[in-house]
Design a binder for this molecule. Sequence first.
Ligand SMILES: [Zn+2]
Length: 252
Amino acid sequence: MPTRLLYLNDSYCYEANASVKWSELGLDGRTRVALDQTIFYAKGGGQPCDRGAIEGNRMKFEVLEVVAENGEVIHLIAGKVDLIPGQEVRCTIDSARRRLHSRLHSAGELLCAAMWDMGYKYPLWPVSSAIHYPERSCVEFGNLVNESARETLKRALEVEVNRLIHAGGAVQVVTASDRTAAAELCGYFPDYLPEGHSVRVVTMAGHRGRPCVGTHVSDLKEIGPVTITKIKSGKGRTAVSYALADSGAKET
Ligand SMILES: [Zn+2]
């Protein structure tokens, strides 16, 4: 049974109980712990992992890293740790770190929606990759912008993204029953997703949604001011870098 991912339904859940499924000492000297359910986000989907602690039997262990392996979420703890199958534990995550990741990820998805609204839409402008790390946040589109038009787009996109954030609106997580239902919300057919499975789609205040497994804020206002730091275009791709105005990221 895969780990139940509690953050999919609630990005603001910073504390929860869980039961240990198994633990083992890894080759790198760290203990690998799997739980029946978890609030920890495992690194992936362009979002960094959560950090925090697992507490059980009056012992508290720091969770250094969280990774996903075959549907199982593995919590990595320094050294050899005794956590036995069936043991009840209390999990807590670093809420400031999670909140920053949720704001960054929501800003990236909103940037995609704003580009769509500005006419940079599928199929000419597919999103080819996205990364929402504090040190590097960037959405890449599979098309080119002429050098002469880049500065204008950068300014217009920044104005539009901030206008949407200022206006606010609900960030909603919708479960589409299959790819066809997802296509109605997203405006394109997500053929890279498995057939016959439900698809988690995140929509930004009624704008175009995207299939997404990340954590998000509940209202666009929580993102705060965003800066478009750079637009780079070449080799068939346009990379739009952005930063939260208060995150301290530098223009590169
Ligand atoms: Zn996403």
